[in-house]
Design a protein around this ligand. Structure first.
Ligand code: FES
Length: 131
């Protein structure tokens, strides 16, 4: 069972089967009332975000997935350049390139900008989201 939420008091809605979201993969699901969510699985955990970019409402969850970039710091604090970080995947909004951390929904450069996240529960082969 995967529970990744602070919203566990919300109503749980069945949105997918476990097999629908492979490791490293995603599903974008239409829930009706013009609400879509992006479901992602990374290192066995599930993450759910509204498919609505805070910038100008683009379909952020349908964007490219890329490794985050971090600065490597040597002993003494000197920069050793930049490196891709496979432990920090990002989702890139297809409209204007805002980049969000998959594991938090935060914009990579401005953490106060974030995708709207939902709690996720996986049990008995079903995935539920707290809406
Ligand atoms: S709408 Fe997503 S970057 Fe502009």
């Amino acid at each position: 069972m995967t529970v990744n939420t602070e919203k566990s008091r919300e109503a749980w809605t069945l949105v997918a089967r476990s097999d629908d979201v492979a490791e490293g993969g995603r599903q974008v699901i239409e829930l009706g009332n013009d609400v879509q969510i992006g479901l992602f699985r990374f290192k066995g955990k599930l993450y759910a975000y509204e498919n609505l970019c805070p910038h100008q409402s683009g379909p952020a969850c349908q964007g490219r997935m890329v490794d985050g970039v971090r600065e490597r710091i040597e002993e003494g604090g000197r920069s050793a350049g930049l490196a891709f970080d496979k432990d920090d995947p990002h989702i890139v909004c297809p409209w204007h390139g805002f980049e969000y951390r998959l594991t938090t929904g935060e914009h990579a450069g401005v953490p106060s900008i974030r995708l709207r996240g939902f709690g996720v529960r996986e049990e008995g082969g079903d995935i539920h989201v707290a809406l």
